[in-house]
Every structure is written in structure tokens, then in C-alpha cells.
Design a protein around this ligand. Structure first.
Ligand code: AMP
Ligand code: ZN
Length: 477
């Protein structure tokens, strides 16, 4: 797969699909706002991280050399509140959630970013950024001791989120990290330390007063530091996140970064839609969330989660439910069986290779779909069509399986939706072990109804058991 110049993506800045034009191709710098590690990330968060994973993989498959940065928000209003509640120091509270995030990322087969800057490790850069904004007269110290960004001094404020200028309340101030679109105001760059901040160890000395960074400032400081370090630039090629970040987070990132450097902050802004549950955004606040570890413990194959998400365009909402997940799991199974068949058929060498010709056409279709604003649902549909057509051809003993397999594998490298070799999945093995022990216990106490229910529960997950003189053995059906 080549033709790297063909990749087009919707740009939130222009509200149009535009060709990707990196500053220095083949390099692409990609900044993806990462998790706030106050708690476990839910699969809504991971929908965003998965669309970013797909974007990264497609850019790489198209010949780009991607440098991906994903920050870890380990100090903000939420992490401080959570640490205070748990009566722990900030890093003591966030460290296990950072670790859990990496485990969940690996379970979901998300490629690791090249760097994971954690906000608490970038205080000198954040302090320098605030100093620069003060020097340039776009920031000021409020009478409450915090430092604010003066949005009236930044004429293009509101461009990304298309705020009507009349909505901007000159002189109004907001200190909290998250606020509504109806509230564009001067926002806190640096918040004066209060008793809670001191209690959890979230306060740092700075020339403009002891305090801690605002969430928006963190992403500006970390991204500028990292792209400067890696590539000697001050402009990102792509900045991505969920749509809820457009305002105020990304709007504020632009104001802070451009206010300091005088350079465009990002050339392409890419935003993914939400994962919903019955039409409502999945979120901790609504209580309608599931974590990746919940799915993992239920024995859900990560490939099914990936396929489920990729079957909808990243700019459309996805509704999460068990039926959709089961259907995706069926799809994964079909893809896996098809690949097994292709693998077997590669031995069948014939002079005429109809599958090779079909594969070339499908390859062009899938490539065109992914180049067109990362249209994964169209790509997936073309691949399922191919499975159907190729199976029919193989029934007729058609040749060309090797070329078909090569094409298929190239896209599987991008989508990564083939079944996990389940016998080697430690989470599944652990779960089966526990259920078998529970069944043995039930049989011992002559509760055969419970024992049968456990057997059925295992069978529903494709696990067959057999009682032998050496104990109960299991295998995947
Ligand atoms: P947070 O950990 O809250 O900072 O969020 C991390 C990422 O998850 C951000 O890019 C959010 O936009 C994204 N996000 C939060 N909720 C959802 C959701 N329900 N669906 C998709 N993305 C989400
Ligand atoms: Zn961010």
C-alpha cells in the first residue's frame, strides 16, 4: 500500500474533508489527548483511542512515519478530588490507574504511542509556557492569585469551535477545567494552590505563585515539548480526541500554544464521536459505563470490540449493546475461519488465479475507503463481500489463494480484528479454571442444578468440558 498523498481526513478547523498535508512528509506528528488517570478508563474512552489507533495504523500502512504522543493527565480537578477522597498522595492514587490503562490498551491491541508524557513530569515546561504568555501580554494574574488567559487578546479565539464572537464574555473568568460551550471566558492557566492541592502533593512553586497547572495548559506544554524534542517543530500535523474536547479543551490549547509560539498549533484537527448506551454518552457521571477489564473478565475477544467500533464511521455515534457485540464476535469468527481456509488453499497452485484478480480489485476499494476520511465501515463491508465471493470461488477450486491471503493480511494488520488464539488467553483460562472449581464444589454438595448451570455457562463461551479420572478437562469448541 503506497500512495501516501491520498489520505484525506475531515478537519474540524475547516469543517471539510481535506488531504492530509504533513509539514515534512513522510513524518507525521500525531498528538492524541490521553486518559485522565483518576480511575479506570471506560470503553467510551477506548472508542476514541481505538479510532486513533486505526488512524495511526492506516497512516503507517500508507507509508508515513508516525510519531504519536499520548499524554497522561495525572493532575487536574478530577485526579486531585479522587486522591483527596482516597486519602492518598496524587501519584500514589494515579499510578495504579496508569498501569491499568496500559494493560487495557494491550488487551484492546492498541499500538503503544511513542511517548506517554505525564503532566506531573513537565512542570518546568508548563511554568515556562505561563511565563511566556505573561510576557507576551495574553495572560494576567487575577486578584485570586491564579493566572488567566485573556481571550480578548487572542483575536482568533473560538475559531475551532465556531463560537459566535458575541458569546464571548470579555472579563468573565472560569477556573474549573471543564465548562460549557455557553461559557467562553478567560480560563485558568495556573491555579493558586489551595489546601486540597497541598494535601495531595499537587502544588509547585512558580515565579507567579505556588499552584498547579490547568488541564488545558498541560497538553500545550507537553505537545510543544515533545514535537520540539523529536522533530524541531512547533506545529503538529494532526491533533486528535473525542468531540467533547473541541470546546473548551482544544480551543484553549490553540490559544495557549499559538499565543506563545506565534505559529499554527496543529494543521489537522480530527475528532471522534461518542460511544453511547441507549442514546446517552457513556460516562462515569451517567453510571452507564463498562471498562475494558469488565469485557476482558467476561471473556470478550478484543477483536469483537474493535470490529464493532470500526463498523461505524468514527464521526458517527455507536450504540453499545450485547447484541451488537455478539454480531461483531460472529463477524470476527467468520474472518478467522476465512483466513484459515485461505491458508490451507495456498497449497493449491493453479495457472489460472481468479482470486488474485478479485483481491486486486478489493484492495483498491478498501484502500479508497480508508483514504476517504478513514471510512472503516466501507472498508469492512468490502472485506466481508470478499469473504463471500472468495469462499464461493474456493468452492469451485479457484486458484490465487496466496495473493488473496497477502491482501487480506495487509488489511488485518491495519484493522487487527482476527480472533485471539483463545486457548492462550490467560484471562479466559483463569475464568474457566474458576468456573470448573465452582462446578466441582456444587457437585460435591450434590447441587446438580448449579453444576449443570455452570456447564451451560461455559458452553455459551465455547468451552467444552469433560470429566476424567484425572479431573475435569476443558477445550474450546
Ligand atoms: P478523559 O479520560 O475523560 O480525559 O477522556 C479521554 C478521552 O475519551 C477523550 O478524548 C474524550 O473525548 C474521550 N471520551 C470520553 N467519553 C467518551 C465516549 N462516551 N465516547 C467516546 N469517547 C469518549
Ligand atoms: Zn489534551
Amino acid at each position: 500500500m503506497s500512495a501516501s498523498a491520498q489520505v484525506s481526513l475531515f478537519n474540524t478547523l475547516s469543517r471539510r474533508v481535506e488531504p492530509l498535508q504533513p509539514l515534512a512528509p513522510p513524518r507525521v506528528t500525531l498528538y492524541t489527548c490521553g486518559p485522565t488517570v483518576w480511575n479506570y478508563a471506560h470503553i467510551g474512552n477506548f472508542r476514541t483511542f481505538l479510532f486513533e489507533d486505526l488512524l495511526r495504523r492506516w497512516l503507517e500502512a500508507s507509508g508515513y512515519d508516525v510519531f504519536q504522543i499520548m499524554n497522561l493527565t495525572d493532575v487536574d480537578d478530577r485526579t486531585i478530588r479522587a486522591a483527596r477522597h482516597a486519602e492518598k498522595k496524587l501519584t500514589e492514587h494515579t499510578a495504579p490507574f496508569t498501569q491499568a490503562f496500559f494493560e487495557d490498551r494491550d488487551y484492546l491491541r492498541i499500538k503503544p504511542a511513542h511517548v506517554y508524557p505525564a503532566a506531573t513530569q513537565y512542570m518546568p515546561q508548563m511554568i515556562a509556557l505561563v511565563s511566556r504568555l505573561l510576557e507576551r501580554g495574553v495572560a494576567y494574574k487575577g486578584e485570586d492569585g491564579s493566572v488567566y488567559f485573556a481571550i480578548a487578546k487572542f483575536p482568533t479565539y473560538g475559531r475551532l469551535s465556531q463560537l459566535d464572537k458575541r458569546e464571548i464574555k470579555v472579563g468573565a473568568r472560569v477556573a474549573s477545567d471543564e465548562y460549557a460551550k455557553g461559557d467562553p471566558s478567560d480560563f485558568a492557566l495556573w491555579k493558586k494552590a489551595d489546601a486540597d492541592d497541598e494535601a495531595v502533593g499537587a502544588a509547585w512553586d512558580a515565579p507567579f505563585g505556588r499552584g498547579r497547572p490547568g488541564w488545558h495548559l498541560e497538553c500545550s506544554a507537553m505537545s510543544l515539548e515533545e514535537i520540539g524534542r523529536c522533530c524541531g517543530v512547533q506545529t503538529l500535523d494532526i491533533h486528535a480526541g473525542g468531540i467533547d474536547l473541541i470546546f473548551p479543551h482544544h480551543e484553549n490549547e490553540i490559544a495557549q500554544s499559538e499565543g506563545a509560539t506565534g505559529q499554527p498549533f496543529a494543521r489537522h484537527w480530527v475528532h471522534g464521536e461518542f460511544l453511547n448506551v441507549r442514546g446517552t454518552k457513556m460516562s462515569k457521571r451517567h453510571g452507564n459505563f463498562l471498562t475494558a477489564r469488565d469485557l476482558r473478565e467476561q471473556g470478550v475477544d478484543a477483536a469483537a470490540v474493535r470490529l464493532l467500533f470500526f463498523q461505524t464511521h468514527y464521526r458517527q455515534p455507536v450504540d453499545f449493546n450485547d447484541e451488537a457485540l455478539s454480531a461483531a464476535a460472529e463477524g470476527v469468527k467468520r474472518l478467522g475461519e476465512f483466513r484459515e481456509r485461505l491458508l490451507r488453499e495456498t497449497r493449491n497452485q493453479t495457472r489460472d488465479e481468479p482470486l488474485k484478480k478479485i483481491a486486486a480489485l478489493v484492495e483498491a476499494d478498501v484502500q479508497a475507503a480508508l483514504n476517504d476520511d478513514l471510512n472503516a465501515p466501507r472498508a469492512v463491508a468490502a472485506l466481508f463481500d470478499f469473504v463471500r465471493v472468495a469462499n464461493r470461488e474456493l468452492d469451485q477450486h479457484a486458484g490465487g489463494a496466496r495473493a488473496a491471503l497477502e491482501m487480506f493480511d495487509r488489511f488485518m494488520e491495519v484493522l487487527d480484528v482476527l480472533p485471539t488464539a483463545r486457548s492462550t488467553d490467560p484471562a479466559l483460562a483463569r475464568w474457566v479454571g474458576e468456573r470448573i472449581a465452582a462446578r466441582a464444589q456444587a457437585r460435591k454438595s450434590k447441587d446438580f442444578k448449579a453444576a449443570d448451570a455452570i456447564r451451560a455457562e461455559l458452553a455459551a463461551k465455547g468451552v467444552e468440558i469433560e470429566d476424567t479420572p484425572q479431573g475435569t478437562k476443558w477445550r474450546l469448541a
